[in-house]
Design a binder for this molecule. Structure first.
Ligand SMILES: Nc1ncnc2c1ncn2[C@@H]1O[C@H](COP(=O)(O)OP(=O)(O)OP(=O)(O)O)[C@@H](O)[C@H]1O
Length: 688
C-alpha cells in the first residue's frame, strides 16, 4: 500500500473523475511521474505548476506516450490527426491515424531522434506542426466529445524552461494556460493532455486554437473521441493508483480512513519537520537580522569613515589644487628662467665661439712665439745681464748717494749751522706818501754787507750771510732755504725763523700771500717733492703741529676741544738734546693741500693784536714743525713776533705787557743764538 497514493485533482484528495474506459489507464497522477533527469519530485510547486496550466478540471496531463491498450473503444475515436505526418494505418491496431489536415497556418517539423517512453506509436511524437496555426474540424456529430492533445518538445531539446510557452483554446475555451512542455517533461518525451470535454454544436465544427506567449506553439497529434451521450457526471469514486503499474483500485471507506490517517500522520510529520525547518529558518533569519544589524552598524561606521575620507579627499583635492597652482607658478618661473638661461647659454656660446677663435689666434701666436724662443732666450739672457748691471749700478748709486749726502751736509755745516739772512722790504705806499726815504745802502749787498745811513755821510755796515734787496722776490729768498729741506730729509733738525721789528716783513717772508707764497709753503712743497723722489728707497711719515707762544704761554693752535685748548703746554728737552712739546696735536699730512689746510686752521686760531705801528701786527711767536717719524727729525718754521720799541708804540695795559713779554723772549732768543754761535758750553734755553 506504500506505493499507492490518491489521485489528487484540482488540489484536493478525491477519486478520479469518470473517464472513458479506453483511457482509464491515464489515471496515474502526473505529479508522481516527473522525469528523474529533470530532478523533479512531486511537490507543492509541481502541483501548483500543473494546476496553473490545466484550465479544465476534468482533464489531466499524462507524461507518457499513447498506448493502444489504453484505447478500449477504438470506435469511439472520431478523428486522430497525426500533425506533420501522412495518414498511417497500423495493422496491429484498428486505429487509423489521419495525415495532417484541417489545419490553418503553421509549418511541419520532424525528428529522427528517439522519443523516450513514447508508447506504442512513437512516430506520433516524431512529427509536429508548429508556428502560428489552428485546427478547424468539420463534420463532427453534435454532442459532447473528448479531445486529447499530444505534445513533445522535439525542437529545443536543450531547453531551457520557458523557451516555448503557449495557450490552447478549444471552442474558444482555454484548456491549457502558459503551457511549457520542457518544464514538465523535458525534451523528446511525450506529454498528453487527456479528457478535455467539449461540446460540438449543430454545425459539427470544432476549433482547436494555439496562441504563442513565448516562442511558437507546437502540437504532435490531436485525438477527438466521442463522449458517452447523455451521461450525467458520475459521483466521484475513490481510487487508489499503483505507482508501479498504474492500476486503479477501488477502496472502501474504512480503508480510505486508514490511509487518510496514515497520510495525516505522514503530513503531520512533514508539518512538524516543516515547523522545525521554519523555526530553524526563523533562527537563521534572526541571526541574519542580527548580523544585518551589526552589518548596518558596521556600515554606518564605514559611512562615517567614508565621510571622513571624503572630507580628507576634499582637503586633499584643495591641497592638490593649491599644489597644482604652485606647480603652475613654478612652471611659469621655470619657463622664464629657462628663457633667460637659454639666452645666457646662447650668449655664452657666442662668447665661447669668440674665445675659441681667440684661442686659435693665440695658439698661432704661441706657435710663432715658440719658434722665436731661441731668440727670446738670447733676449732674456741680455735682460738678466742688464738687470744685474742695474743692481750693481743701484748699489753704487746708493753708496754714492750716501757719500753725496754726507758731503752735502758737510757743506751745509761748513756754511755754518746758524745762518743769518737779511731781507729789506720796499717802502710801503703810506711810508712813501709820508715822505719817508730809505736809509739802507745795498751797494755791497751781494757780499752780504748792508749799510745803514745814520746821518750825513755816516754809514754803519752790518755783515750777513746774504742780503736781499727790496727787488728780491720770494723765489730768491727760498733759493737759500731750499738746501736745508734736503738736510731735513737726511735726518738733520732744521729751524728757520724770521726775526725783526714789527712791520718789517716777517710774515710776508714766511707765509706770503696766496698768489706769492713764502718760505713755509715752498719749503713744504719741496719736502713732499723730494720725499716722492725718494719713495723707492724711503718711506716718510709726515705730520704737522702748529703752536703759538703768547705772553709766555704755549698754545696748541690745532686743538679743537676746550680742554685741550686750555691745556698748559711746555717745551721739553730730550736726553738726545732735541726739543718737543708733549701733548701737542700732530696732524698727519699726505700732500701739500693737507699742510695748507692745517696752516690755515692754525693761522685762524692765532692771538693777533694790533698796535698803531702795524695794524695787522702779530703779537705772538708761532711756528709749525715737521715730524719725521722714522728719523724723528724736526723742521721748525717760526714766525716770531715783532720786536718793538715800547716808547714808540705807546703801548699800555695788555699791549704793554705783550710787548714786554715779546721783547723779553726775543732777548732770550738772542742770548741762545749767541751762545750757539760762539759754541758756548752753556746754552741758556731756560733762562727766565
Ligand atoms: N718784500 C716785500 N715786498 C713788498 N711788500 C712787503 C714786503 N715785505 C713786507 N711787505 C709788506 O709790509 C707790510 C708788513 O709786513 P709783515 O706783516 O710781513 O710785517 P711783520 O714783520 O710780519 O710785522 P709784525 O711783526 O707786526 O707781524 C705788509 O703789508 C707787507 O705786505
Amino acid at each position: 500500500m506504500e506505493d499507492l497514493q490518491f489521485s489528487t485533482f484540482n488540489g484536493v484528495t478525491e477519486a478520479m473523475p469518470a473517464e472513458p474506459s479506453c483511457f482509464s489507464e491515464f489515471g496515474e497522477d502526473v505529479r508522481l511521474r516527473r522525469d528523474p533527469e529533470d530532478s523533479a519530485v512531486p511537490d507543492e510547486a509541481g502541483e501548483s505548476l500543473f494546476d496553473s496550466m490545466l484550465c479544465d478540471s476534468n482533464s489531466r496531463l499524462v507524461p507518457s506516450g499513447f498506448s493502444s491498450s489504453s484505447c478500449t473503444e477504438p470506435d469511439g475515436v472520431l478523428r486522430f490527426v497525426n500533425s506533420g505526418h501522412e495518414t498511417t494505418v497500423e495493422a496491429s491496431s484498428t486505429l487509423k491515424f489521419m495525415g495532417d489536415s484541417s489545419f490553418n497556418g503553421g509549418t511541419v517539423l520532424r525528428t529522427d531522434e528517439d522519443i523516450t517512453d513514447a508508447g506504442d506509436f512513437p512516430f506520433l511524437y516524431q512529427s509536429a506542426r508548429f508556428g502560428n496555426f489552428c485546427y478547424q474540424f468539420h463534420g463532427l456529430p453534435r454532442g459532447d466529445c473528448f479531445v486529447d492533445l499530444h505534445f513533445a518538445e522535439i525542437i529545443y531539446t536543450n531547453g531551457p524552461k520557458g523557451i516555448r510557452v503557449f495557450d490552447v483554446l478549444i471552442q474558444e475555451d482555454k484548456v491549457l494556460s502558459e503551457f511549457d512542455i520542457f518544464s514538465v517533461v523535458g525534451a523528446n518525451k511525450p506529454l498528453q493532455l487527456v479528457g478535455v470535454r467539449v461540446s460540438v454544436k449543430e454545425d459539427g465544427e470544432l476549433v482547436v486554437r494555439f496562441q504563442g506567449i513565448n516562442g511558437s506553439p507546437v502540437v504532435n497529434a490531436i485525438c477527438i473521441r466521442k463522449a458517452p451521450e447523455g451521461a450525467a457526471p458520475q459521483q466521484p469514486k475513490e481510487y487508489l493508483r499503483c505507482n508501479h503499474c498504474a492500476s486503479e483500485i477501488e477502496v472502501s471507506s474504512a480503508e480510505k480512513r486508514l490511509m487518510r490517517t496514515k497520510a495525516t500522520d505522514k503530513y503531520e510529520k512533514k508539518i512538524q519537520q516543516l515547523t522545525t525547518d521554519c523555526q530553524r529558518k526563523a533562527n537563521e533569519c534572526h541571526e541574519a537580522w542580527m548580523s544585518l544589524t551589526a552589518a548596518n552598524e558596521q556600515l554606518e561606521k564605514v559611512r562615517m569613515e567614508l565621510d571622513n575620507k571624503t572630507f580628507q579627499a576634499r582637503s586633499l583635492d584643495q591641497t592638490v589644487g593649491e599644489q597644482a597652482e604652485n606647480l603652475r607658478n613654478i612652471a611659469t618661473m621655470y619657463d622664464q628662467h629657462k628663457k633667460s638661461w637659454t639666452a645666457a647659454i646662447n650668449n655664452m656660446r657666442e662668447k665661447i665661439r669668440i674665445m675659441k677663435e681667440e684661442h686659435i689666434r693665440l695658439s698661432r701666436d704661441a706657435h710663432s712665439c715658440i719658434e722665436s724662443i731661441p731668440e727670446l732666450n738670447n733676449m732674456v739672457a741680455g735682460v738678466q745681464a742688464l738687470v744685474a748691471q742695474c743692481e750693481d749700478l743701484k748699489l753704487k748709486y746708493s753708496e754714492e748717494q750716501a757719500k753725496r749726502k754726507q758731503l752735502y751736509n758737510q757743506i751745509q755745516e761748513t756754511k755754518g749751522n746758524i745762518r743769518v739772512f737779511c731781507r729789506c722790504r720796499p717802502l710801503s705806499r703810506e711810508e712813501s706818501s709820508n715822505g719817508c726815504a730809505t736809509v739802507v745802502d745795498f751797494d755791497a749787498a751781494k757780499d752780504g754787507d748792508l749799510g745803514v745811513l745814520t746821518g750825513g755821510s755816516n754809514k754803519r755796515t752790518f755783515k750777513f750771510d746774504r742780503v736781499y734787496t727790496p727787488k728780491d722776490g720770494q723765489v730768491d729768498v727760498f733759493a737759500d732755504a731750499s738746501p736745508l729741506v734736503v738736510s731735513v730729509l737726511d735726518g738733520y733738525n732744521v729751524c728757520i725763523f724770521a726775526y725783526g721789528q714789527t712791520g718789517t716783513g716777517k710774515t710776508f717772508t714766511m707765509e706770503g700771500p696766496e698768489h706769492n707764497r713764502g718760505v713755509n709753503y715752498r719749503t713744504l712743497e719741496q719736502l713732499f717733492s723730494v720725499a716722492r723722489e725718494r719713495s723707492d728707497a724711503f718711506t716718510y711719515n709726515l705730520s704737522v703741529s702748529v703752536l703759538e707762544v703768547y705772553n709766555e704761554q704755549i698754545r696748541d693752535l690745532l686743538a679743537t676741544s676746550p680742554a685741550s685748548k686750555n691745556n698748559r703746554l711746555e717745551i721739553k728737552q730730550t736726553s738726545e738734546g732735541s726739543h718737543h712739546v708733549p701733548g701737542i696735536v700732530e696732524a698727519k699730512v699726505d700732500n701739500i693741500n693737507d699742510v695748507w689746510s692745517v696752516l690755515q686752521a692754525g693761522s685762524n686760531a692765532r692771538a693777533v693784536g694790533s698796535n698803531n705801528v702795524n695794524e695787522h701786527s702779530s703779537r705772538s711767536h708761532w711756528s709749525f714743525t715737521k715730524f719725521f717719524i722714522l728719523s724723528k727729525t724736526k723742521l721748525w718754521l717760526v714766525d716770531l713776533a715783532g720786536s718793538e720799541r715800547l716808547a714808540k708804540t705807546d703801548a699800555q695795559g695788555e699791549r704793554l705787557k705783550e710787548a714786554q713779554n715779546i721783547n723779553k723772549s726775543l732777548s732770550a732768543l738772542g742770548d741762545v743764538i749767541y751762545a750757539l754761535a760762539t759754541k758756548s758750553s752753556h746754552i741758556p734755553y731756560r733762562q727766565d
